[in-house]
Every structure is written in C-alpha cells, then in structure tokens.
Design a protein around this ligand. Structure first.
Ligand code: NAD
Length: 360
C-alpha cells in the first residue's frame, strides 16, 4: 500500500518523538511491504520562527494533500518563550486550532489503557487497578458549548454572561457513526454519555445515537449520565469500551481517564473527519523542560502512529504489531524516565525507539 503522510514535528520534544514514530512506521512498511512518502511541515513555534505565523496556507495545503498527518506537539514555555509575547492569534496554539478547523476534524479519539506493567502508576485502589482497563474516549470536537454564541452584558451594574450549547442532528449523527464503527473494531460496546435529565441538546443526542445504533446490531449501546460517568471512571473503569460524548463532557472525561492511567508519556490521540483522513498526535504537550535531552518517552507518539495505521489505512495487523511491541518492551523491563520504576532498565528516547523497532 502507498501511504502519504504529512509530519508536523513541532516544538520542544516534538522532533525527537516524531523521529522515533517514523522509525517504527518505516520498520512496519519494510516488514509488511508498504511504501511511505513523508512530507514535513512546520507549525506552532517552529513556523513562527520561520514565517512569522503559526501555520501557513502552504502547510495546510500539504496536510490536506496527505492521507494522514502525524504530529509531535507544539508550544513552548509560556513564561519564558517570546512566542507568548505575540497576540493570541499568532501564538503556537493558534496553529493547532487553525489546522483542526481547516481539516474539519470533528471526532477526537483518546484511548486510555492501563498496561499490566505500569499498574503501579495508576492512582486507583489496587482492587480496581488489578482489573485493568482499555477504553476509547470519543469526543465531539467542533460543536457544543465551546463553539456556540457567547456574550457578556451588563444591566444596572450587574454583569450577565451567556454561553450557548448547540448541536444539530447531523453533527451528532456523524460522530455517533464514527463511535459505532470504532466499537466494531474493538469490544463492541458504546457508552453514550449525556445529561439527558436536564439538557435538550442531550435529549437530541440520545435520540440520534439510538437511531444510529439500529444500523449496528452487533454493538451494545448503553446511556450514562455524565456525572455518573465521572464517578464510574474511578470506581469501575474496566466496564468501558467506547465512551461517546459531546465536546465539553469529553474534554473533562478524557482528562480524567488519562489521569487514571498515571502515565502521560503513553497516551495517544487521533482527530478524524468524515473520510479516512486523521491527525494523530500524543495527548501530552511539547515538554520544553526536557526538550533536546533524549529522555522523552516516544511511546504516546508511536501508539498514535499505530492508530493511524488502524483508522486511516485499515492496517489492523500492522497496528496490532506496533501495540504488541509496546507491550513487549514494557514486559522486558525497559522504561523512559517518566515511567521508570525499581528493577527496570532506564533508556532514552532514541533507545526506546530502537527497542520497539526490534520487536516489530
Ligand atoms: P506537557 O504535557 O508538555 O508537560 C507536562 C509534564 O509532563 C512535563 O513535566 C513534561 O516533561 C512531562 N512530559 C510530557 N510529555 C512527556 C513525554 N513524552 N515523556 C516524558 N515526559 C513528558 O504540558 P505543559 O508543560 O503544560 O505544556 C508545554 C507546552 O505544550 C505548552 O506550550 C502547551 O501549550 C503545549 N501543549 C501542546 C499540546 C498539543 O500540541 N496538542 C497539548 C498540550 C500542551
């Protein structure tokens, strides 16, 4: 298969972790007979330094012409970097918002997996963490409260602020379809999370999700109120397969789920549009505090590349091979400093990439 991938190394540790993910993709391509063509583009601080803006139109065009985008992370230390003296629309993060919009990425996927070998990092009680968990949080990314009309008014010296939570049925349907498609590739269960006991937008959400579910009889659907879901994530996370939810609930629940794994350097993510196209990046930031030291954990980016193989290219066997290599390297006792524990062997970013490559 011919894979056209645009890479955004970005800032901080971005170039180091994307370099290791590419190393793994190249090994996969050699082993399974694929050809990968990469194009690199600049975004965030690197683009500001080169062009004065966090994202150029040429970079957007290069991203659009690819089958998928692999990104490191963008941004710097807000208290010391000159990028944060610029106006907000010219800062690194503006590039990220602009590319998500330009590529119409409406579905955000964040897996939260507790690996047996990293169970000690999980902040939950042992009897809960012992059961392990492997869930995918699917968050709607372009609608809801963050994109509705907002305003602050003042009357008789009293200020009033209004934010609007808007969803139309088409926006709900397209993410629900993605959710069921992804559940079909996993353990076949969708938990749709809403606040249907209070919000009209949630009642519409529930109705449309139920309509979509009829086309996926092999997938089990359950509904859960968001407050209950927040509790269940710490009480019994093993019950979840795919959590499907709107923008703000997903923002909060996906951060909660990542914290429960306890390992920021292990968490992948993907943002998809209504084709097979996706932007794949680790959930963590550009970690400027450890940039250039060859100590960053590349696994979140490697796992993001595995998601790319699975969701943009339907290469499930290849994606499984990458995920298996990650499990094996942990089993063999190798750790970067962020996940280091007693009795394990400490390795740097490049060496972790080499060890993963050997296990493909
Ligand atoms: P961060 O995720 O970059 O770092 C938080 C802590 O985790 C730091 O101590 C860092 O060293 C550590 N860490 C993160 N990733 C690691 C890895 N792979 N291996 C080992 N340790 C790792 O969050 P932050 O410090 O709040 O943000 C730094 C910059 O990243 C900011 O400019 C922020 O805006 C940006 N950011 C970008 C994205 C993105 O590009 N999508 C996401 C989040 C933050």
């Amino acid at each position: 298969m011919d894979l056209k991938i645009t890479c955004i190394p970005g800032d901080g540790i971005g170039p180091e972790i994307v370099g290791e993910a590419r190393k793994i993709l190249d090994v996969v391509a050699r082993k399974y007979g694929h050809v990968i063509r990469y194009t690199d583009i600049l975004m965030g601080g690197a683009s500001i330094d080169a062009y004065g803006v966090p994202l150029t139109e040429e970079a957007v065009a290069a991203a659009k012409s690819a089958d998928a985008v692999l990104m490191g992370s963008i941004g710097g230390d807000a208290s010391t970097s000159p990028w944060y003296k610029l106006s907000p629309d010219l800062r690194p993060e503006a590039g990220l918002l602009a590319i998500r919009k330009a590529l119409n990425l409406f579905a955000n996927l964040r897996p939260a997996v507790l690996y047996d070998e990293l169970v000690g990092a999980c902040p939950l009680k042992e009897e809960i963490s012992a059961a392990g968990f492997d869930m995918m949080i699917m968050r709607e990314l372009t609608g809801g409260l963050y994109f509705g009309k907002r305003q602050t008014t003042e009357s008789d010296g009293v200020k009033t602020a209004v934010d609007t939570l808007v969803y139309n049925e088409n926006e709900i349907r397209r993410i629900a379809v993605k959710g069921f498609e992804i559940a079909r590739k996993r353990r076949g269960k969708v938990t749709s999370v809403d606040k249907a006991n209070v919000l009209d937008s949630s009642r519409l959400w529930r109705q449309v999700v139920e309509e979509v579910a009829r086309d996926y009889p092999e997938v089990t659907l359950e509904h859960m109120l968001v407050d209950n879901c927040a509790m269940q994530l710490v009480k019994d996370p093993a019950q979840f397969d795919v959590i499907l939810t709107e923008n703000m609930f997903g923002d909060i629940l996906s951060d909660e789920a990542s914290m429960v794994t306890g390992s920021i350097g292990m968490l992948a993510s993907a943002s998809l549009n209504d084709t097979k196209f996706g932007l794949y990046e680790p959930s963590h930031g550009s970690a400027p505090d450890i940039a250039g030291k060859d100590i960053a954990n590349p696994i979140a980016t490697v796992l993001s590349a595995a998601m790319m193989l699975r969701y943009s290219f339907d290469l499930d066997v290849e994606a499984d091979a990458v995920e298996k290599a990650v499990k094996q390297v942990l089993k063999d006792g190798y750790r970067t400093s962020d996940i280091m524990s007693e009795g394990c062997t400490l390795v740097g970013c490049r060496q972790m990439g080499d060890l993963l490559a050997e296990r493909i």
